[in-house]
Design a binder for this molecule. Sequence first.
Ligand code: ASP
Length: 328
Amino acid sequence: MSLRKSAAALAAIGAFAFCAMMGTANAAYPDKPITMFVPFAAGGPTDTVARSVAAVMSKSLGQQILIENVGGAGGTIGVGRAVAAAPDGYSLLLMHIGISTAPALYRTLKYDANKDLEPIGLITEVPMTMIAKKDMPAKDLKELIAYLKANKDKVSYANAGIGSASHLCGMLFMSAIETDLLTVPYKGTNPAMTDLLGGQVDLMCDQSTNTTSQIKGDKVKAYAVTSKARVPSLSNLPTMDEAGLKGFNIGVWHGLWAPKGTPKAVTDKVNKALQDALKDKDVIERFASLGTAPEPVARQTPDALRAQLAAEISKWAPIIKKAGVYAD
Ligand code: ASP
């Protein structure tokens, strides 16, 4: 055998051994705990969705899924951590609609979510709720809007940073009522809720997965839901449209990703575990009690999430450009 041929033969044997090794590694996956990055503070709505599905996924995969909350900069820091993680299936990312608004909002974003992540599946679309501190004088949305217009220098609006869902809802709301309010950013809306309950901030628009228990416990004033239809678990709250803001509608879709390059055999297993979680009775009941439901099975797939992300980036870019909001 010539020198060149034997080198080629050795390379082929090496490649075969590598593939066989990877195959075995994938077959054994997972053989240690998995980290799921959540780009907002613990105890908040995104974290609640993550912990609900991770509990069942852990059982399905036979390994613990540890939630790592990496808050800040509207979720972009946490997404960046997942993008930079090893593509071996031991790092996952659970993020929401904010992944599609960040490209238009952040001029110096260091990743491209379309290219730098492997989609696994859509999880749930959560309605938002417009809420205020308990002693807000306005009794319905119309009165609230009038109050905000008259007191715009006194009212503060809490959010989870530029690019978060609460920021997006606030941005659309302020533009709809043509009134700018002082915004106060937090690492997530769980700490923001603490300040709203304490009366340190006045107003917030946040997912029902964070606000339902406070609304039901009469700890905050609730004005409307942002979904097209009323939410069964909060049925006496009108939609924003019914309450007077025609066409105002946002749903906070959530998805699961892995770093780019994670082997398909691995993402297939994670997708199967996700689908197991989304048909689990306890998860469905918990979601319903928090005003949401699993995405239909056909949308719990990599293709559906890939298409959703691309479509939403295109949808939000002109809206955000028009609003003139950006961060560096
Ligand atoms: N609800 C937050 C948001 O506005 C995020 C969170 O704390 O989960 O995006």
